[in-house]
Design a protein around this ligand. Structure first.
Ligand SMILES: Nc1nc2c(ncn2[C@@H]2O[C@H](COP(=O)(O)OP(=O)(O)O)[C@@H](O)[C@H]2O)c(=O)[nH]1
Ligand SMILES: [Mg+2]
Length: 376
């Protein structure tokens, strides 16, 4: 069974509407090394597709990793470090060694201390029962990543010298949708496997990679790209592609800072509402996509604003259909004394400083929100 070299889908020549379609003539002319129609459209026309996903299917796909002697590269987007840990992952990958690779650090402004992130990720990973052998902070778009991971097979060993040797058969790159797994794999392909170009299709939408894509590392082992997990705790599981494009930072974030008086509310598009209260002044910085609209208002006017401005000023979401999926809300109440960071899965993080204040974060129920004190 031949597969599309761009997304791993099984090739079929009968239904152009379905995954893996290649016209018969293309196979005759080009042989096995072909791209499916969907990859072609994404690569050449930036086409957008609606993902069809299923959590169970995802777990079924990766569950056999636990029976192998593998190295698992768990790739996490720096903008969603809590949501980047696939729930119950240890059940599916077993006790295999995990190298956590945190990607897209290029989007953070220089003022952010990456080391702090690394420490926090190390803390989170300890709670997840994973056999973590190392953490790397990278940008898969930048070539220097390869200098750091050139000998992939011994990357973990190099970084953690107390480990004798990390031997494994296959190396799987897994993680949530759009964290940059395929971009990373392409970079490895070009630099360490001498592939002439970006073979695998990458794009800012979900499920670009359809199935495992295996590249030989040596006689008996493969480097394997995998489809992404669409995390139900992330906005991306509920919104359309158009909204998703607004959420994902394309280049480095210009931090937006507000000096707030109490009784003010900030809307993050139509996605979240944050109410600030207390006696003291509050300093708030948003580390979120530059395209995501923030609206500050007096709290007493907030309801009216929401009522009149949903789908107008307060976007995304852009459609009733999306809003319906995000309808049920939940509120997190925090008392902040000093500095805290609030991480909202799919949006980014908010850095708050105040002698003392109360913060009320209203988000759709499934969305993961975490607060860390004194982090930055
Ligand atoms: N800013 C930034 N974007 C990246 C980086 N790596 C990948 N991307 C972008 O993230 C999107 C998803 O990448 P892709 O490799 O398809 O993700 P996958 O779903 O995990 O395979 C693409 O638009 C990439 O160009 C990175 O290091 N920095
Ligand atoms: Mg991919």
């Amino acid at each position: 069974m031949s597969r599309c070299i761009g997304c791993g889908a099984k090739i079929q020549t009968t239904n152009p509407e379905k995954i893996g379609y290649v016209p018969e003539i293309a196979i005759i002319e080009r042989g096995e090394q072909v791209y499916c129609k969907r990859c072609y459209d994404i690569r050449h026309h930036n086409a957008l597709y609606t993902p069809e996903y299923d959590t169970k299917m995802y777990y079924d796909k990766i569950k056999n990793i636990k029976d192998e002697n593998a190295l698992v590269i768990l790739m996490i987007d720096i903008m969603d470090i809590f949501g980047g840990f696939i729930p119950n992952l240890s059940e599916y990958i077993g006790n295999n060694k995990v190298l956590i690779v945190v990607n897209k650090i290029d989007v953070l402004p220089k003022s952010v201390n990456i080391k702090k992130f690394e420490e926090l990720i190390s803390l989170i990973s300890k709670r997840k029962k994973l056999n973590v052998v190392g953490i790397m902070m990278i940008s898969a778009r930048k070539q220097d990543v390869i200098a750091r991971i050139s000998k992939l097979k011994y990357a973990a060993k190099k970084k953690y010298s107390h480990e004798k040797e990390v031997r494994f058969d296959n190396c799987y790159i897994i993680g949530c949708a759009s964290v940059g797994k395929s971009t990373f794999m392409n970079m490895i392909g070009k630099i360490t496997l001498n592939y002439p170009s970006d073979v695998i299709t990458t794009s800012n939408q979900y499920q670009t990679t359809q199935d495992f894509i295996k590249w030989p590392l040596d006689q008996r082992s493969y480097l394997i790209d995998t489809p992404g997990f669409i995390n139900p705790s992330h906005y991306g599981a509920y919104i359309d592609n158009k909204s998703l494009q607004v959420l994902i930072p394309k280049k480095y974030i210009k931090v937006r800072t507000y000096q707030l008086n109490p009784d003010q509310t900030i809307f993050i598009g139509g996605l979240a509402k944050i109410k600030f209260d207390g006696e003291n002044k509050i300093n708030v910085s948003f580390y979120i996509s530059n395209e995501l609209y923030l609206h500050r208002t007096k709290t007493i006017q907030a309801d009216k604003i929401l009522e009149t401005q949903q789908f107008k000023l307060l976007v995304p979401p852009y459609t009733e259909e999306e809003a319906l999926k995000l309808n049920e809300k939940t509120v997190y109440n925090y008392e902040i004394t000093g500095t805290s960071d609030i991480f909202i899965s799919g949006i980014g993080f908010i850095h708050i400083t105040s002698e003392k204040c109360n913060v009320e974060v209203q988000v759709p129920k499934p969305i993961l929100v975490e607060k860390i004190d004194g982090f930055m």
